[in-house]
Design a protein around this ligand. Structure first.
Ligand SMILES: C[S@@+](CC[C@H](N)C(=O)[O-])C[C@H]1O[C@@H](n2cnc3c(N)ncnc32)[C@H](O)[C@@H]1O
Length: 275
């Protein structure tokens, strides 16, 4: 696919490829701790999704595979999709290391072509975790892939950064970009990744798109998806703003004096039958 976003997507891919080794060895992801704790899915996600034993799950933008592998460890048959060769290679290595390579497969693809890359395979669950949507130019393209990848009755689960929080700068006090989807992305030249370390290699600019809540919900509804759960949270999964405190792995809260604003959201939706 060639469109006006290609230049930005290429820059983002270069960034993600170079970030992978730093992320794999980071304290933030704490791979050794995750393995020794049983590589389980996050409790609030497991409570909402229930038992996935024997079901088929695809994670969109799986990075180096931790979330997908957590669902494989709890009995699901999983596929992880990501456009970064370094991420896919690291995910495959991790799957072998923890003995889950028979239940977990990792496929290199731009998320916007995931259904074609998976040759029309369909799943019981599409799973998306924090920091995925901001890399996608048009939410409509993404929602279409979600729907194509699901069997009728299949479910989408996502926990994402709230678009209000994405519109703020690093202080969390000033708007740095718009709330709604814009054709032009916001450029980010900060050298620090959310894991708190600078990825090896040179600093480079990445490009992100925000998508308002109504845009996300409407895109899903317009692609045969019925919203079944929606929740806004005053916590998030990384130190997005100055002064945030890590309460537990991937559970961060703002300082006490912060106003109660939504920092992340959880959404579930079900694919409706074709009429
Ligand atoms: C922050 S991670 C999200 C996954 C998960 N929350 C995690 O922390 O492991 C973002 C991932 O999106 C991937 N990504 C960004 N743009 C993409 C695209 N257009 N197609 C497929 N993957 C993409 C990156 O390679 C990266 O692995």
């Amino acid at each position: 696919m060639t469109d006006s976003s290609d230049h930005y997507i290429k820059a983002n891919l270069a960034y993600w490829d170079q970030a992978v080794p730093t992320h794999v060895s980071s304290e933030f992801y704490d791979v050794a701790g995750w393995i020794s704790a049983g590589s389980k899915p996050r409790p609030h996600e497991a409570a909402l999704l229930g038992d996935l034993n024997g079901l088929e799950l695809v994670q969109l933008q799986c990075h180096f595979g931790l979330d997908a592998l957590a669902w494989a460890a709890s009995g699901a048959k999983v596929v992880g999709v990501d456009f970064s060769p370094a991420a896919i290679a690291a995910a495959r290595r991790l799957a072998i290391e923890i003995g889950l390579d028979t239940r977990a497969r990792f496929v290199l693809s731009d998320v916007r072509q995931a259904f074609a890359s998976l040759e029309g395979e369909q799943f019981d669950v599409v799973y998306v975790s924090l920091g995925a949507l901001c890399w996608i130019p048009r939410i409509e393209e993404w929602a279409k892939q979600v729907s194509l990848l699901l069997r009728e009755g299949g479910r989408l689960f996502m926990h994402e950064i709230h678009p209000l929080a994405l519109a703020l700068d690093a202080t969390g006090r000033t708007f740095a970009r718009g709330y709604f989807e814009d054709l032009e992305p916001a450029a980010d030249d900060s050298s620090e990744s959310y894991v708190g370390a600078t990825p090896s290699g040179t600093t480079q600019v990445t490009y992100e798109w925000n998508h308002g809540l109504a845009e996300i919900l409407s895109a899903l509804i317009g692609n045969q998806m019925r919203i079944t759960h929606f929740e806004e949270h005053t916590w998030t999964s990384f130190a997005q703003f100055e002064g945030f405190e890590r309460k537990s792995s991937q559970y961060f809260v703002p300082p006490a004096q912060w106003p109660a604003i939504p920092l992340s959201f959880t959404l579930m939706a079900q694919k409706e039958p074709t009429n």
